[in-house]
Design a protein around this ligand. Structure first.
Ligand code: NAD
Length: 504
């Protein structure tokens, strides 16, 4: 296992009984602590060289747990002040960590583990020049945040988006630690990204941007240390360029250099089933939890927000199981067809045109109609903080299945909960991607290529087990599914810290 390196001797035990929640606006995320630093290592043990390699009642019924916290409660948690968190309640990192602290308080997680998990170990920022097709140079900013490696190497995607900020990446890295723990893979959590709009660059420009970024962070990643993967805006081709670039850096490449990233094309070390894995995991979670809500997948109606990798695969696989997709919205607009939108045809349309707008067999709708359309299951599969209070008030569904990371703000969730809409939390629902990434990594390291059936079967085992863990925690702590999922994740992390101890 990689060695951790936390030092916090003498920290006072924090007040642990406040329940956390928050309001949200995406724009506030840029109030990031530390943005602007080039490289900021939060622990002494951050150098790659210093790290050794690691080896069920009615689910959908509104949860009757602790009373709903007031909007101010989450502002008061002492750990935010203790660690100097951004004050803004709309800050995404404050919100995501706040949800975890709520669970940590409920299960009485020791204070020292709460503060360790409330901050990433390493926050890396790089600025690097790239020559554009017109011969001019442009400077790009890239990130890699390594949140925690108590359970294994850091693991998490790379986001290529013009509006990515340090606190986005910190939040996503934090969620990866929780997700990997919950779903039972031997990884910690990390995330990265480049502030770039991949759709505004030629293929050759993107290749140079990705390769130069890889070189800039090459000493901070590795198959035993930190393993990136695709996220919003990045894809299998980008992963292939990263693996290829890394393999040429002889001082770091080592053996099996392609294992430095997952989500690669199948022709270059990728796993069968990885592309659809996150959507498959969303559906596996629904198969586990929908019956308890009295919903039959066959014939159930659903909406999808965001029709990229996660949204389109969730749509296609749900459709294969007899469910009907009635509305879809992405950055190009919304569409509706009460008779059902064919997910395969829509995916093909998006591939050709870049978005759902203009799809022939559906009517164009606005944002309000999209959210108001009555369905059984609503799948947010776009970006963070998209279900805020206004959307939560008009959503007409029984279940929100979080395909995206952190799509529901705490304020939005409070409204959904009050309205009896159950949220299947992202760290459970979208954990299929990282699970199959783990299978890809195992295949790379053992020179194997698994059949698709084996990948799907193994993925299902992980998802079923994780869902059971969440169900058990909900029953024991009488909380909602998000808090239960965090408890499931924290229990495994706490056990690991207990046996490892804390150095020195
Ligand atoms: P993607 O880039 O393939 O798709 C993103 C989708 O979001 C696109 O359809 C885009 O049109 C839509 N979108 C962007 N801005 C929007 C807006 N303002 N309104 C409506 N739609 C908008 O990304 P992805 O890989 O499918 O990831 C989606 C979410 O799932 C992210 O939160 C990501 O972190 C999460 N996730 C992805 C994976 C994975 O394996 N790809 C795994 C776990 C979680």
């Amino acid at each position: 296992m990689p060695r951790g390196g936390h030092s916090f001797a003498g920290c006072p035990r924090g007040l642990a009984d406040l329940v956390l929640h928050g309001l949200a606006h995406r724009c506030a995320r840029r109030l990031a602590s530390g943005e602007g630093k080039i490289v900021h290592m939060t622990t002494a043990a951050s150098s790659k060289k210093s790290v050794k390699s690691a080896p069920q009642g009615k689910a959908a019924a509104p949860t009757k747990g602790a009373p709903l916290p007031g909007p101010q409660d989450f502002l008061q948690h002492p750990i935010f002040d203790e660690l100097g968190f951004p004050k803004d309640p709309e800050n995404l990192y404050r919100q995501t960590v706040g949800s975890m602290l709520q669970a940590a308080d409920l299960m009485k997680l020791p204070h020292h583990l709460q503060i360790i998990l409330a901050q990433p170990k390493n926050e890396i920022m790089v600025n690097f020049p790239v020559r554009m097709d017109d011969g001019e140079f442009r400077l790009f900013k890239g990130y890699r945040v390594q949140h925690n490696n108590a359970l294994g190497p850091y693991k998490g995607g790379l986001r290529f988006h013009h509006d990515v900020h340090l606190d986005d990446v910190k939040s996503l890295a934090f969620l990866m630690t929780m997700k990997c723990s919950l779903v039972g893979v031997p990884y910690g959590g990390g995330k990265g990204g480049i502030k770039v709009d991949p759709y505004k660059h030629s293929k050759s420009e993107m290749e140079r941007i990705v390769r130069r970024f890889t070189a800039a962070i090459a000493h901070q990643i590795g198959a035993d240390y930190d393993i990136p993967a695709p996220d919003v805006g990045s894809n299998a081709q980008h992963m292939a360029w990263i693996a290829d670039t890394y393999s040429f850096l002889s001082e770091v490449g080592g053996r099996q250099p392609e294992a430095v990233v997952t989500g690669k094309p199948v022709e270059y070390g990728g796993s069968l089933g990885r592309e659809k894995a996150t959507g498959q995991g969303v559906v596996d979670t629904l198969v586990e939890l929908l019956p308890e809500a009295g919903i039959d997948i066959k014939g159930c109606k659903f909406s999808v927000l965001g029709f990229g990798n996660v949204g389109s695969w969730t749509g296609k696989i749900l459709q294969d199981r007899g469910a009907k997709m009635v509305t879809v919205m992405d950055h190009t607009g919304g569409i509706r067809n009460d008779g059902g939108i064919d997910a395969n045809a829509l995916a093909e349309h998006v591939r050709k045109t870049g978005g759902v707008a203009g799809f022939k067999n559906a009517t164009r709708i606005d944002k309000d109609e999209f959210y108001k359309t009555k369905v059984d299951v609503f799948v947010p599969a776009a970006l963070e903080q998209m279900i805020k209070e206004p959307e939560a008030k008009i959503l007409d569904c029984k279940i929100v299945a979080e395909g995206a990371n952190a799509p529901t703000t705490p304020a939005g969730e409070r409204v959904l909960e009050a309205r009896g809409i159950e949220v299947l939390p992202a760290i459970l629902c979208n954990a299929g991607g990282v699970t199959v990434s783990y299978f890809e990594w195992v295949q790379n390291r053992t020179f194997q290529q698994w059949e698709l059936d084996r990948v799907d079967e193994m993925l299902n085992k992980h998802m079923v087990k994780a869902a059971a863990k969440v169900r058990d925690a909900r029953r024991k702590y009488k909380c909602n599914l998000r808090t239960a999922a965090y408890i499931g994740a924290l229990e495994r992390l706490a056990k690991a810290y207990e046996v490892r101890g804390l150095f020195p």
